[in-house]
Design a binder for this molecule. Structure first.
Ligand code: Q0N
Length: 310
């Protein structure tokens, strides 16, 4: 199922594909005189693909890649006092205009850095088993959608595509990447999520949780001579974070998804003819569901940034 993404990536003259994710792809610029692939730059391309129920759907959402790229660029700007980011330039090939960014090639921190402000999903499942998430003890009585007393760091392993990430304790992260870096990425993850929620709160959106990626810039040592930690990938988009409409927030039940609710509701309705438990790939989405979903991505971008999506 997810493996199909590999076959959907495009050829970009002058670039070599180095990585295909479910919805984003990385290319390395090729030096036109030597033919060598760049070691210090990458082109990060967001596609219009969408996933639901762990499947990449056959239907794409027009402009999704552009909207999420532009939203991520805006968030990077809102976060520059917290952390530098990997963006070099938005001058990219015409074929990927608006949905690609030229970025610094970093040495990635090999941990999924997840921050949670509200309890849901795998965090809720773990809490029900152990009253804690990733070794962080939580108060009794929390339910699906509860606001946590303060945002928590709930890292996980980086599993290959198609496999599920496993939760890690902070001690396990520290054993893998060292205590100083572990503490730094924990504090950064929480600071990014807090800033995100401070900004989103005024605009009708809750950021329940988020996944961020960090890398080391070996060419940029900090004051102590350690390589600078840089924010990579995309940040605070609906693909990396759970966006919830604030007006409908009601702890004690599954929350509506800001962006994917129409897709989920249609796929699980009798209209789709799809049985989620069958293991079959979901059917293509009807045009009105595609259009309604496209509108939600644009609405999120416009509400958060105060800009009009061109
Ligand atoms: C990198 N991933 C995982 C793209 C993002 N700036 C960078 N330098 C080196 N490596 C990476 C980045 C970035 N961003 C990040 N893999 C490599 C996230 N992927 C998922 C698929 O699309």
């Amino acid at each position: 199922m997810e493996g199909r993404a590999v076959n959907r990536s495009m050829e970009l003259p002058g670039y070599a594909r180095v990585y295909s994710g479910k919805v984003r792809e990385l290319y390395a610029p090729i030096d036109s005189s030597t033919g060598a692939t760049s070691r210090d730059q990458l082109l990060l391309v967001a596609t219009d693909r969408i996933s639901a129920f762990d499947f990449i759907l056959d239907s794409e959402i027009p402009d999704k890649g552009k909207v999420l790229t532009q939203l991520s660029l805006w968030w990077f700007e809102q976060l520059t006092d917290i952390i530098p980011n990997h963006v070099i330039s938005t001058e990219v090939p015409e074929a990927v205009a608006g949905r690609a960014v030229l970025v610094q090639r970093l040495d990635m921190v090999p941990v999924e850095c997840i921050g949670r402000a509200y309890l849901t999903g795998s965090g809720l499942a773990e809490y029900r088993q152990s009253s804690s998430v990733c070794g962080v003890p939580l108060p009794a009585g929390l339910v699906d959608g509860s606001l946590l007393p303060s945002p928590i760091f709930t890292p996980s392993t980086k599993a290959p595509i198609g496999e599920h990430d496993q939760p890690m304790t902070f001690a396990e992260v520290a054993a893998e990447i060292g205590m100083p870096v572990a503490a730094h990425v924990r504090d950064l993850t929480i600071a990014i999520l807090k800033r995100g929620n401070e900004i989103a709160a005024d605009r009708g959106i809750l950021l329940a949780d988020t996944k961020v990626e960090f890398g080391f810039d070996r060419s940029r040592p900090d004051a102590d001579g350690n390589p600078a930690i840089v924010l990579a990938d995309e940040v605070l988009t609906p693909d990396s974070s759970r966006f919830w409409p604030a007006a409908a927030w009601q702890p004690g039940r599954a929350q509506d998804s800001y962006d994917k609710q129409f897709v989920r509701d249609w796929l699980t309705s009798s209209a789709s003819g799809w049985d989620r438990s069958s293991g079959d790939a979901p059917p293509a989405l009807p045009d009105d569901i595609v259009e309604a979903t496209r509108s939600k991505y644009i609405e999120a971008f416009e509400s958060l940034t105060g800009q009009t999506f061109a």
